[in-house]
Design a protein around this ligand. Sequence first.
Ligand code: PXP
Length: 250
Amino acid sequence: MNGLRLGVNIDHVATLRQARYATMPDSKNAEPDPILAASICERAGVGGIVAHLRTDRRHIQERDIERLRQSIMTKLNLEMGNTEEIIDIALRVKPEEVCLVPEKREEVTTEGGLDVIALRKELEPTVKRLQLAGIRVSLFIDPTLEQVDAATELGVEMVELHTGKLANAFTEKIQKEELEQLRAAARAASESHLQVNAGHGINYKNIAMIDEVPCLTELNIGHSIISRAMWVGLETAVREMLAAMAKYPG
Ligand code: PXP
């Protein structure tokens, strides 16, 4: 058993379902079911399930979160924006973890980390409310020392370092710079006693670069695993990613 845990983001399964059944949510034909996907991921050995309930409900629905809450055997990591409506849902459903992310209506997916420095006043009461309900809180941040310091000051349990820039780096130079940023941010967060997670854009090829980032506890991966599942099935796709992660030196 390796030390690096995998959280699978199942939003992409819901995206496919919504493409056909958004206007017929109660149809018996509504598929694929993200809750079934979660249980297959668990059977394959993941450490948790990640789902993002967006304010525009473009993929995961409130009902999905409720069903996940009832069926998940590992842990539920609810990704969410800092809005009153979604906070109320989180407090009611009580996932084990919440990861606060920035949310822009026009974006295809989360584009960058939260600016914890600029948003401190808005984030502080939300973090407190979630923690008082027994929910561990993570902040999705860009890998900079300033953001790590701001997250530490807010008293969260975890940070998730945004790996999207590393994943999408066009040149080796940018890749190297981004990797160095991630390494420094991971070390600093760990020294501040934060659990260090990472995610966004990680796939079966660039996972090798993640080995160079120290102090990681968990990777949250969605798109590449769900895409690979089309060719080999979800259970095998998850097992292949877990095998790649087993090389992580810690
Ligand atoms: N972590 C966070 C905070 C995200 O917003 C996402 C995308 O929903 C992921 C991880 C997973 O990213 P990907 O689908 O690119 O693997």
